[in-house]
Design a protein around this ligand. Structure first.
Ligand code: ADP
Ligand code: MG
Length: 437
């Protein structure tokens, strides 16, 4: 088995065991460097990630690896900058004395070469390429929007990587929740000026998922200043969101800035396009599958590209074990049909109330008792993440609460998941009830 496929298989099993926040933050960035008869060598992006993984998950990784190859006795984790080809990349940027790749927030795995551009994302794809050629010139800001899993992050990252590689400019990619956290803590520590200055220094600023600005007035204010300064100096800004700017509930002046450049949406790929994406992914993973299975996946998985890739990974592992086309098809279908079912708002409230041994009425009340308000925050979090409701819509469902307080509630939950392992487990428990999301 190829190294990459082997590690993909390990990851698939690990994904079921590891809390999603940790998995998303740390595991997705691990790459396999070498597989020896008794040992595998993995790379991770930072010392922090390495220490975190060693402390918390090394045993889990080893056990899971053994499940797939019982001969493995040892896992070695190294920091990815010591990988040879990347080393050159890092050094080059250091020698230029400008900016290091590791601080850019970019992940080298997203590029244009593994991104399919076709009619469903043609405008976005072409603008992105134009930006790489002439950053800051024509499409500024560049605003991409689509529902989840259709390639926004991939495209934004590809722009950043390509500009960094070709032009050695100071590129910064950051997700909006991260940026918000940074700004909020700078407000607390009273060093907002410094943080803003740092951002005004970038030549390309890429902010993913700007819908997270909703309900965060102070952050919007600081972001507006950064934005104005960058555009003034013809530095490129790239933004993504799940909605077009006009549907975002943010300050008027910021909204009109977002609307002032180029806006492109990404729609859903057709059957032929889904097939092309699957072929590309298969090539990237260096895996093999009968074409009939690819066609089957392309025909049945329409929700988004992330799920398409999920189905492909699923089929790769299953087919490897079973070697049966029919069984694999059935397995893929069953798995994704189960996932399709979305719970209703009422079900979410009921389940979470039950979990915390409360009544539905408690959640909808305006009680500020700690256990009630925390459960309410968790409900808001799930309605946002699982059902994709807007902040105002969640406010209405939760007994006419203000959308700002809903935004705050969701942020609280996100912060707590980061900090509190027990809480993280609680959330995982609740998630299991709703299958995964
Ligand atoms: P979003 O940010 O819109 O939620 P992502 O960029 O995370 O979506 O994409 C989800 C998955 O689908 C990623 O693994 C990404 O590599 C893949 N993907 C999305 N669009 C394409 C594309 N056009 N070609 C190849 N892979 C794609
Ligand atoms: Mg994304």
């Amino acid at each position: 088995m190829q190294e990459k496929t082997f590690w993909q298989n390990v990851l698939l099993v690990l994904q079921k065991k590891i809390p999603k926040p940790s998995f998303d933050t740390f595991f997705r960035k691990i790459e396999i460097l070498e597989k020896n008869p008794k040992e595998i060598i993995l790379t991770c992006p930072s010392i922090f990630a390495k220490e975190f993984l060693e402390k918390k998950f090394k045993k889990e990784i080893l056990e899971t690896t053994k499940q797939i190859d019982p001969k493995i006795e040892k896992i070695k984790l190294i920091i990815s900058s010591s990988k040879n080809h990347k080393n050159q990349f890092f050094k080059r940027s250091f020698n230029n004395g400008i900016f290091s790749f590791s601080k850019s927030g970019l992940s080298p795995k997203y590029s244009f070469s593994n991104f399919v551009i076709s009619s469903f994302n043609l405008l976005a794809g072409n603008c992105a390429k134009g930006i790489v050629e002439n950053p800051g010139k024509f499409y500024n800001p560049f605003f991409v929007y689509s529902p989840v899993g259709l390639g926004k992050t991939h495209l934004l990252q590809a722009i950043g990587n390509e500009i960094f590689r070709k032009k050695t400019k100071k590129v910064k990619y950051i997700s909006c929740p991260e940026l918000t956290n940074e700004i909020v803590s700078s407000l607390r520590q009273k060093n907002t000026e410094e943080v803003a200055k740092e951002y005004k220094n970038f030549e390309i600023l890429i902010v993913d998922d700007v819908e997270y600005l909703e309900g965060k007035e102070k952050t919007q204010d600081v972001f507006f200043q950064i934005f104005e300064s960058l555009v003034h100096y013809q530095k490129q800004i790239v933004l993504s969101s799940d909605r077009p700017p006009k549907a975002l509930e943010i300050e008027k002046r910021l909204k009109s800035r977002f609307e002032g450049g180029m806006i492109a949406d990404i729609s859903f790929p057709s059957y032929e396009e889904r097939l092309a994406i699957l072929e590309k992914k298969l090539e990237e993973k260096e895996g093999t599958l009968p074409y009939e299975i690819l066609e089957f996946i392309a025909k049945n998985i329409k929700k988004n590209i992330r799920e398409l890739e999920g189905a492909l990974n699923f089929a790769l592992v299953f087919f490897l074990q079973e070697k049966s086309i029919e069984k694999t098809k059935k397995k893929v279908k069953d798995h994704f049909e189960k996932k399709e079912k979305k719970p209703s708002v009422e079900e979410v409230i009921k389940k979470i109330a039950q979990f915390y041994k409360l009544q539905k009425e408690d959640i909808l009340s305006s009680s500020r008792k700690k256990e009630i308000s925390q459960a309410r925050q968790v409900v808001a979090f799930f309605l946002r993440k699982k059902l994709n409701l807007s902040l105002p819509a969640i406010g209405i469902k939760l007994g006419n609460k203000d959308h700002t307080s809903i935004g705050y509630a969701i942020k609280k939950v996100e912060e707590k998941i980061e900090k509190d392992v027990n809480f993280q487990k609680e959330i995982e428990e609740i998630k299991k009830d709703f299958l995964d999301f």
